[in-house]
Design a protein around this ligand. Structure first.
Ligand code: PMP
Length: 287
């Protein structure tokens, strides 16, 4: 396995980061999780746009242009002979001193890791996940705007811990006003009477690339889609619920907080969206 580390290709054993790296010391950095399907980087431009927007927002200089970054991704995939897998692209503020001042970090570090990935079984895609809502709240848009895909994932990790304690794969996080925001690393959708709803990102959600792809598919397939805030009550009484994310793709939810959702299996619209999603992933990408 070859890992891209600041322009060099090193083995997993040699891919090391300084203990003075501010990504490590303070979570000062950003990242992207990207899929490779059939040798294509799915939605490469969208992921890189989001990465460079996150960088701009936190005043982090990425030492590569977007085109150079894309070339580095392609080269890393090719060196690893990866046709289907997952890319983790990390840009950290880089090594500095123990103070948190980013001025003391002369250069950002860029790391690209590619790996195999399988998070849910086919059975889970067919029958849906059991999920719960958790007490951890999504930070609302402020300096720690959920739109910035930063290395500060403690909020999400606390959700994941609550999901683990409940024995479920993904949990639902509300914002401080009680509106449904997203999962620990997935966006959420509900369907009621044929209409598809997802929370607007200002409620406290990442602008997911898979979320955007599903919104486009809804338009293509003729489903009405509304970006509207909703509550747990709306989730409980929905006909269908599903999560979207780069790793999870489109995964149905069959139960939330002990309430059966719809028929208690993946619903028809969710299933159709998953099928359509899987049919576009190999064509909509960068070779
Ligand atoms: N929300 C959060 C907090 C995430 O970390 C992710 C995964 N990147 C998502 C949503 C889903 O976004 P995407 O479809 O771009 O992977």
């Amino acid at each position: 396995q070859w890992i891209y580390l600041n322009g060099e290709y090193v083995t997993k054993e040699d891919a090391k980061v300084s203990v003075y790296d501010h990504g490590f010391l303070y979570g000062d950095g950003i990242f992207e999780g990207i899929r490779i399907y059939g040798g294509n980087i799915f939605k490469c431009k969208e992921h890189l746009d989001r990465l460079y927007d996150s960088a701009k927002s936190i005043m982090l200089d990425i030492p590569l242009t977007q085109d150079e970054m894309q070339e580095a991704l392609v080269e890393t995939i090719s060196r690893n002979e990866m046709r289907d897998g997952y890319i983790r692209l990390i840009v950290s503020r880089g090594p500095g001193n123990l103070g948190l001042d980013p001025k003391r970090c002369p250069a950002a570090w860029v790391i690209i890791i590619v790996e195999q990935l399988a998070i849910y079984s086919e059975e889970a895609y067919k029958n849906g996940l059991v999920s719960v809502s958790v007490s951890q709240r999504r930070n609302i848009p402020d300096a720690l705007n959920p739109k910035i895909k930063s290395l500060n994932y403690l909020n999400n990790i606390l959700v994941k811990i609550q999901a683990n304690l409940a024995g479920v794969g993904e949990a639902i996080m509300l914002n401080s006003q009680g509106y449904v925001a997203e999962g620990s690393s997935d966006n959420i959708f509900i369907i009621k009477k044929g209409v598809v709803y997802t929370p607007p990102c200002y409620v406290g959600a990442l602008e997911g690339i898979t979320r955007a792809a599903i919104m486009e598919l809804c338009a293509k397939l003729g489903y009405t889609l509304k970006e509207e805030p909703f509550t747990l009550h709306d989730v409980y009484v929905a006909d269908e619920v599903f999560f979207t994310g780069t790793a999870a793709e489109v995964i149905a939810v069959r139960e939330v907080d002990g309430r059966k959702i719809g028929s208690g299996q993946a619903g028809p619209i969710t299933t159709r969206l998953l099928q359509e999603f899987r049919s576009i992933v190999t064509v909509d990408g960068v070779q």
